[in-house]
Design a binder for this molecule. Structure first.
Ligand SMILES: Cc1cc2nc3c(=O)[nH]c(=O)nc-3n(C[C@H](O)[C@H](O)[C@H](O)COP(=O)(O)OP(=O)(O)OC[C@H]3O[C@@H](n4cnc5c(N)ncnc54)[C@H](O)[C@@H]3O)c2cc1C
Length: 434
C-alpha cells in the first residue's frame, strides 16, 4: 500500500523530527516512523541537552555556535504551537577548565576568533568567583575507582578557564522533539509510532520505501536513516555499509543526577562546566540538582553494546562519575541510591556525525551523532533537507559537496565535512566533546 509519501524518515528523535520538519518545509510529503510510542523517547530522552560552541574543529564549532541562535529563537523557529508548551533554553553559559589534557585550550581562542564567537579568559580567582563551590587542585590523569591514587590530588593546580556566554542547556529534550513534531505536523507531515522498520525496499539500486513491522509496505523515493544508536542496523538493512569509510556503533553511558551542595543555588547561579582534569562535565538540573556526565577518560572501558539488548540499570559508572565531580566540588552530596539516566550514544569512528547520502539512490543518513549533536538538531534537519533536494535534483554530492549557509553567523560549511567516505578526522577529540 502507498500513501504517496515523498520521503520517509526513520526515527522520531530530535534529529529525525527536525529532518521531518525541514523536508516538509521544502514541500515534501513526509512520513516519520518510530518504533517507540512517542517522539524523543529514544536516546534523545536521556540527553543532557547542553548547548556549547566549543568543539575541536572549526566547522564543528561554527555549527554549534549557530545552534545557539536557533534555540534562542525556538518559538520563532518552530512557527507552531504545542499544547505542551515550548522547551526552554537556559542560556547560563559554559566554563571550560584549562588543563594539560586539553592543551590549556590553546586552539580554542583561535577557533572562536575565526567563527566570531564571544569568549572570555578567566584566571583561577575568576573561576572561583563564578563557581564558588569548586576547588582547583588537579587530579589528572583520571583513574578507575579501584586505583589507590583515585581522588588524590597530583600537586598541580587548575590555573584558569575559558567562559563561553553562548551556551547553556535545554530544560526538556523530549519536549523540544515534540515541539518539532507539532511544527512538522502543522505543515502536513505525518508521524506514526509503535511501528518498526523491518526492511528497506529497493529496485535497480534505488530505494523504493520500507516494510514495517506487521508487513505493511510504505513507498517513497527518499528514505532517511535517523535511527540513533540503531543506525548501523538500518544501514545494514539498506546494504550501504560497504560504501562507508566511517562506521557507527552504540555506546552505553550513564549520567548521574546529584543534589547541589547546600548553601549554593546551582540551578540559579551555576553554569555548564567542562572539566577535562577530572573528566566530569556538569550542568544545572531542575530542583537545584547537578547533572554529571563523562568526558570519556582512557581508563574507563568503553561499553559497546547491542542497542536492543543492554543493561538499563546503573552500574558503578554513575557513582564513579559523581565521585569525580566530587573531586572538583568537595561538598557534593553523593546519595547512596544513584539517580540519573542510562542511555546510548551512536558513535562514529571519529566522534563526528555523518550527514550524508549513501551509495543507494534516494537513501540518506543522519547518524553517528556521538553524544554531541542534540544542540545541532535543528541545523542537521535543514542540512539533510538541502542535501536531499540537491541530490534528488541530480547533484553528485560525493564529487561536488554542498555548501550549507549558517545564516545567523554568516558562514558556510562544506557538508563534505560530514561525509560517510571521509578519512577519520585527526582534529577530533575522539570523545563526546566532538
Ligand atoms: C546520555 C546522553 C547525553 C547527551 N548529552 C548531550 C549534550 O549535552 N549535548 C548535545 O548536543 N548532545 C548530547 N547528546 C547527544 C544527543 O542527545 C543525540 O545526538 C541526539 O539526541 C540524537 O538524536 P537522534 O534523533 O539522532 O536519535 P534518537 O533520539 O536515538 O532517535 C532515534 C529513533 O529511531 C528509532 N528507531 C530505531 N530503529 C528503528 C526502526 N527500525 N524503526 C523505527 N524506528 C526506529 C528509535 O526508537 C529512536 O526513537 C547526549 C546523548 C546521550 C545519550
Amino acid at each position: 500500500m502507498s500513501d504517496g509519501y515523498d520521503a520517509i524518515v526513520i526515527g522520531a528523535g530530535v534529529i529525525g523530527a527536525a529532518a521531518t520538519l525541514a523536508l516538509s518545509r521544502k514541500g515534501r510529503n513526509v512520513l516519520c516512523v518510530d518504533k517507540l510510542p512517542a517522539s524523543g523517547y529514544g536516546s534523545t530522552s536521556g540527553s543532557c541537552a547542553i548547548i556549547r560552541p566549543y568543539y575541536s574543529t572549526v566547522d564543528g564549532s561554527a555549527v554549534a555556535y549557530e545552534s545557539h541562535y536557533y534555540w534562542k529563537q525556538w518559538s520563532e523557529f518552530l512557527g507552531a504551537e504545542d499544547e505542551r508548551g515550548h522547551a526552554r533554553y537556559v542560556n547560563c553559559g559554559c566554563m571550560v577548565l584549562k588543563t594539560e589534557g586539553n592543551d590549556y585550550l590553546s586552539k580554542a581562542g583561535d577557533i572562536m576568533e575565526e567563527i566570531g564567537c564571544p569568549y572570555e579568559h578567566l584566571d583561577a580567582a575568576q573561576v572561583l568567583e563564578r563557581m564558588p563551590i569548586v576547588q582547583l587542585d588537579s587530579f589528572a590523569p583520571a583513574r578507575r575507582a579501584d586505583d589507590p591514587a583515585f581522588g588524590k590530588p597530583n600537586g598541580g593546580r587548575i590555573e584558569g578557564a575559558m567562559f563561553f556566554p553562548s551556551g547553556g542547556y535545554i530544560t526538556d529534550p523530549q519536549l523540544s522533539t515534540h515541539n518539532l513534531q507539532r511544527a512538522a505536523e502543522a505543515i502536513g507531515a505525518r508521524f506514526r509510532f509503535n511501528v518498526a522498520v523491518k526492511e528497506i525496499n529497493t529496485q535497480d539500486m534505488h530505494v523504493t520505501g520500507v516494510t514495517l513491522s506487521g508487513g505493511e509496505a510504505v513507498e517513497a523515493p527518499v528514505v532517511v536513516n535517523v535511527a540513533g544508536p540503531h543506525s548501523y542496523i538500518i544501514n545494514e538493512m539498506a546494504g550501504v555499509t560497504h560504501g562507508m569509510n566511517i562506521t557507527t556503533r552504540a555506546l552505553r553511558h550513564e549520567v548521574a543526577h546529584v543534589p547541589s551542595p547546600s548553601g549554593f543555588d546551582f540551578e540559579k547561579d551555576g553554569c555548564v562546566m567542562s572539566d577535562n582534569d577530572t573528566t566530569a562535565y556538569i550542568r544545572p538540573e531542575h530542583g537545584n540538582h547537578i547533572l554529571v556526565g563523562s568526558e570519556d577518560p582512557e581508563c574507563d572501558e568503553r561499553e559497546w553494546v547491542d542497542p536492543d539488548n543492554f543493561n538499563r540499570d546503573f552500574t558503578e559508572q554513575a557513582r564513579v562519575l559523581a565521585m569525580r565531580a566530587g573531586q572538583r566540588i568537595p561538598d557534593l552530596p553523593i546519595p547512596n541510591q544513584m539517580k540519573g539516566v542510562v542511555e546510548l550514544y551512536d558513535v562514529s569512528d571519529d566522534w563526528i556525525p555523518i550527514y550524508d547520502k549513501s551509495d543507494l539512490g534516494g537513501f540518506y543518513m543522519a547518524v553517528g551523532t556521538s553524544g554531541n549533536q542534540f544542540k545541532n538538531a535543528p541545523i542537521a534537519g535543514e542540512m539533510m533537507a538541502e542535501l536531499v533536494e540537491a541530490c534528488e535534483d541530480g547533484r553528485d554530492h560525493d564529487k561536488d559537496p554542498i555548501a550549507f549557509h549558517l545564516k545567523h553567523i554568516d558562514r558556510t560549511v562544506d557538508l563534505g565535512f560530514y561525509s560517510r567516505r571521509r578519512e577519520i578526522n585527526p582534529e577530533s577529540s575522539f570523545s563526546v566533546l566532538g
